[in-house]
Write a protein that binds this ligand. Sequence first.
Ligand SMILES: Nc1ncnc2c1ncn2[C@@H]1O[C@H](COP(=O)(O)OP(=O)(O)OP(=O)(O)O)[C@@H](O)[C@H]1O
Ligand SMILES: [Mg+2]
Length: 267
Amino acid sequence: MSAHLDHFGLSVEPFSKEIADHELWLPPSKKALVAELVEAVEARESVLLTGESGAGKTCVLRALRHALPAERFRLTYCHNATLGRRDFYRQLCVALGLAPSATAAAVFYAVSQRVQDLSQEHQHPVFLLDEAHLLHQDTLDHLHILLNYEWDSKALLSLVLVGLGDLEARLRLGRSRSLYSRLSRRLTLEPFTPDDTSAYLAVRLQRAGCDRELFPQDTVTLLHEATAGALRDLDRIAVTCLRHAARKKRKTVDRDVVATVLKNTAR
Ligand SMILES: Nc1ncnc2c1ncn2[C@@H]1O[C@H](COP(=O)(O)OP(=O)(O)OP(=O)(O)O)[C@@H](O)[C@H]1O
Ligand SMILES: [Mg+2]
């Protein structure tokens, strides 16, 4: 067992990314965002979700997965956005359990056919395109065609594009406007507020078996300012602080420990 876990009486690594869907913790503002995503997908709409790196976008997708009833929704998660158009649709084919065909036209046909079959089976397909800011322009230019069923009169598929803030600016530009105009909800995942940061630290420590306040309030403020509400940075810095404090045999993570860690950590 790691020394800091032993020292603070923690049963597991408190700030690990290995967190079960049902254990994801959302402050009220993020709960509202997940609820809006659920509502959009229930209404068969397509969505754009943007936010800074490490703000918790992928975790929001996992919370969405957890919230949607599996019998009515068929979620397909695509995270390799760096592929060209044909390989992108091949990836979708494989994720949908189809044998990928050779030509671009054939893979596209297979995916859209599968979407129509799912609708016959009363399952609404949802394609979650993570890291969508990395999508090739030719893939982006083509995606709106995937949303076109029965002369563009049926909403058989929801696309959820997730990416960094500049994705929206890119979509607004000329060639991507056909897709952009079909993304009927454009949502932003805001960074954590100071209160969110404080509650997040407490919740994750509690889930790891510690009910004591390990980070005094003044250190929470320091951590919040240093991470600007980005969770992945907070995870990494918080665990480094725990290790340092354990090495110094401290009962809590004192201000001088946090200051030292922050001085030596690049964001
Ligand atoms: N709701 C949550 N509950 C608990 N932990 C969370 C939650 N959201 C995010 N985290 C923590 O923050 C880390 C970063 O979140 P996530 O991977 O979702 O960010 P992201 O916005 O997708 O970042 P990137 O743009 O770099 O992919 C996670 O690994 C997890 O440890
Ligand atoms: Mg992510």
